[in-house]
Design a binder for this molecule. Structure first.
Ligand code: ACO
Length: 332
């Protein structure tokens, strides 16, 4: 959606929240046949944060949301809309966003979950921005939150080394002036839906001891090589679409915030775009792949550390299960 003629939506607050528990590559060496050296060189990940008993997706989403609301000076009762991007909701239904709405006291906000895997935050930002631009919504909260550790097979070295838990959030509101979300772009290629998915529990594979438990269908499945190959190409396409829609080129980008899946995916994408290393925000060494939470966590850290400053052109770029991919270009 290109937004040139309409009022602008702007991110006025960011927040993030992570579990305290750290699982290092050395810890994983005790669990599966792997090594710190293999994980570091193939992915760039050194450690990840993992939820403990009593912590759920909503736990981190609510904490991240409160921090974003604080920064923006927005009261929860002012919110018109809450969108939670997640593939690991507290329950299949109701939407975890409804639990968040209650806990925040955001009485007038419509709230729903959005399933777009690692692109969930940017899909949510796109919807919130469109609602704001048309005047339907004044203030929205967009969250990406996951507890992937609960759907990862901790005996499968192909997948368990990659993922982490956490949440990031942004308050988005209508405002005047040149700064704000310049455009958002969302894409889907459903022909690869079964290359990264969670087989159970759903209407195709309802709960049963014989199938869902014995066949371990409740763990995510991934064709890592296929994901890798498509991620780089799709993230390049999403990024180029965003800069072209604003009559810019990649050289105009001040800060690049890619989805944090694999250091090699990030480096290859940045190289194709000609974006130099110092402009790229990377935190996957500390958190692994937190799916929908990865971009808003990185955005919040960049915002709070001063790595993103007023006037900067910020490109956010995601790829995930579906396959989904998305970009957002922001004048900060
Ligand atoms: N430790 C040691 N060896 C391992 C491990 C491990 N943790 N995992 C796999 N191996 C072995 C494999 O068994 C294989 O052995 P073999 O040659 O004897 O069969 C060998 O290492 C090479 O395996 P590949 O899969 O070819 O390794 P590759 O370099 O492709 O890296 C990886 C695998 C890291 C999964 C990579 O493909 C990747 O990052 N893909 C993207 C997947 C991703 O990021 N998914 C996240 C969700 S989607 C998203 O967010 C974008």
């Amino acid at each position: 959606m290109n937004h040139n003629a309409l009022p602008r939506a702007r991110i006025t607050g960011t927040g993030s929240a992570l579990p305290d528990k750290i699982v290092t590559n050395r810890d994983l060496e005790q669990m599966v046949e792997t090594s710190d050296e293999w994980i570091s060189t193939r992915t760039g990940i050194k450690e990840r944060r993992i939820a403990v008993d009593g912590q759920y997706t909503s736990t981190f989403a609510i904490e991240a949301a409160r921090r974003a609301l604080d920064m923006s000076g927005t009261g929860p009762e002012e919110l018109d809309l809450i969108i939670l991007g997640t593939v690991t909701p507290d329950y299949p239904f109701p939407a975890t966003a409804c639990i968040i709405q209650k806990e925040l006291g955001a009485h007038k906000a419509a709230a729903f979950d959005l399933s777009a895997a690692c692109s969930g935050f940017l899909y949510g930002l796109s919807i919130a921005s469109a609602h704001i631009r048309t005047g339907v919504t004044k203030k929205a909260l967009v969250i990406g939150a996951e507890v992937l550790s609960r759907v990862v097979d901790w005996t499968d070295r192909n997948t368990c080394i990659l993922f982490g838990d956490g949440a990031g959030a942004a308050v988005v509101e209508a405002c005047e002036g040149e700064n704000g979300i310049l455009s958002t772009h969302i894409f889907t290629d459903g022909s690869h839906w079964d290359h990264l998915y969670l087989p159970a529990v759903g209407s195709r594979n309802p709960a049963s001891c014989q199938r869902t438990i014995d066949e371990r269908l409740y763990y995510l499945r991934m064709d890592g090589n296929d994901v890798f190959k498509h991620a780089v190409r799709a993230m390049e396409e999403a990024a180029l679409t965003a800069v072209a829609a604003n009559n810019m080129s990649p050289s105009d980008i001040s800060v690049f915030i890619p989805h944090q899946a694999n250091r090699r995916i990030i480096d290859a994408t940045a190289k194709r775009l000609g974006i130099s290393e110092e402009k790229v925000i990377v935190n996957l060494d500390a958190y692994g792949n937190t799916s929908a939470a990865s971009i808003p966590i990185a955005l919040d850290e960049a915002n709070r550390s001063g790595a993103v400053e007023a006037g900067d052109i910020v490109l956010m770029d995601a790829f995930g299960g579906g396959f989904t991919y998305a970009s957002a270009l922001v004048r900060w």
